[in-house]
Ligand binder design. Sequence first.
Ligand code: SF4
Length: 93
Amino acid sequence: MKTFAGGQFAPPEAEGVCVYRNHCQPCPEGIAIGLANKYYDLARLGGAMAADHYRTLERHASDCIHCGHCNRRCPFGVNQSAHMSEIATCFGE
Ligand code: SF4
């Protein structure tokens, strides 16, 4: 179990799962990583509005330069850099 800012614990079931808390920020490309993940997850669950909401974001997963900053900061061990590629493929940007 990992700890993160504030002394809270990341529960084992959250390992590898984005919970949209933005501990990964700041992204040097200005990507709203938590929201991109949330809309991606909603789209995979069949949320009809998820793609529309995703397109309102100023920056998209396709803007990711794969610097790895978010990966190093995520207390849940999410490979966000790889996730950005999946999200960009899903939404086409
Ligand atoms: S890997 Fe991509 S999403 Fe993560 S901080 Fe770098 S540019 Fe932002």
